[in-house]
Design a protein around this ligand. Sequence first.
Ligand code: SF4
Length: 528
Amino acid sequence: MRAESVEKVRRILCVFPRYTSSFGTFEYAYPLTDGVQAFMPPQGLLLIAAYLPANWPVRFIDENIRAATTEDFEWAEAVLVSGMHIQRQQMNDICRRAHAFDLPVAIGGPSVSACPDYYPSFDYLHVGELGDATNDLIARLARDPSRPERQVVLKTADRLDMTQFPLPAYELAELRKYFLGSIQYSSGCPYQCEFCDIPGLYGRNPRLKTPQQITAELDKLLECGIRGSVYFVDDNFIGNRKAALDLLPHLVEWQKKTGFVLRFSCEATLNIAKRPEILAGMREAFFSTIFCGIETPDPVALKAMHKDHNMMVPIMEGIRTINSFGMEVVSGIILGLDTDKPETGQNLLEFIEASQIPLLTINLLQALPKTPLWDRLMRENRLIEDEGRESNVDFHLPYEDVVRTWRACMGSAYQPGKLLARYEYQIRKTYPNQIKRPRSRQQASWQNVKLGLTMLRNIFWKVGILGDYKIEFWKFALRRLARGEIEHFISSMLVAHHLIMFAREASVGRHNASNYSIRLREASVPAE
Ligand code: SF4
């Protein structure tokens, strides 16, 4: 459903802020593609765009692709912005630019919902999810599009049921310019890991869309030009196991109908390894990657952060089980925990070697507002507000040692030879367990073939000829070519090249040590 039509027509400009360069946004992979410029289409803003009254013209701009222009601001009567903490500076910058045109600016999404105080200059704060606050905002803009005298805070008390959500306005986004497609089936997570703000923001009882909504969204994503992979951005895909099981047969049917042109990935807790029936369904639906917040291989640390559910199956066994269903594990890792010791970095490198996980997002602990960790550190007087620091946590170990360990781990784990050896392992041990997709005319379409050829050309030229890890590259490439593993070669190299380049910069201190840190960086300069 969408908001009721109102007589007054308002032109709405939805602006999504640039990301600060991070490990998980894959920007070093973009030049190897055929024109990708951004990571994933933003679900929240495209949902709001779809919810606005049908008679309101809407423009959507992702500043990762292009900056909002004077013409855009002159066209608009109001501006909507959404984003995460890491985009805070960029959101404030969009507000400043919109105010130069005397436009009212509203901000919604996860960052303002957790920390309204971060956004003093916005005219409207939309705190919480889609619901009565959204209707109130629409009514106010309809009544009067001028800037209110003082900031208005609208809090959602009555959330719109997810089964009532409209299909996100994918038609407004240039989907071909995104590295991955995104989709959301559920919101919320039943666990309460100490550092995580999801249960506080979205609740512990996951709320759901219907499988029919998901297949309709997938249809729309395809129609609007998405290719390659679609990521389920659910906080925990198995937060409600029965719901996951209900959805999977619909995904399998959808894949059969559309010729298995897309592969899926998601985030889920590692105890998914205890659910072979879910893993089997995911294999049939062609899930190829699961992001698991393993966080640390240290059981004492897992207990301390209330992530005991990661130990329901021995970690290594859990990873191998997921691999046996054809899915690669991507792992979140945190350094700087209270339980860390001087040997933690070495233990992590040994874990990476043993697990053969290629991609691990290694972050320094950052305390987010609305988390038990924040409350505890506040009580212990261990929160440090300093934008020159890599984390807001006063670690137990000396700060310099923790940062040095992070850099050393990044530098070692992503040495080209080591990383490509881990991909070699996945190609030999994990990917052969994937479903054998029936060859379809959609997969063999000229567009797909052209895309593959373009990426191959770019990889060979930019990495194989111009790159600076040629020996490791060609060893890996020639083995793939000899075995006809072209698809695996392309997908591994896109990600591997990003990781190698990003980690190299990070290990000499040119990137943030936390995806959540708001440390000022050159990459986060305003869009114009
Ligand atoms: S399992 Fe994941 S989403 Fe759930 S509370 Fe823990 S970290 Fe957050």
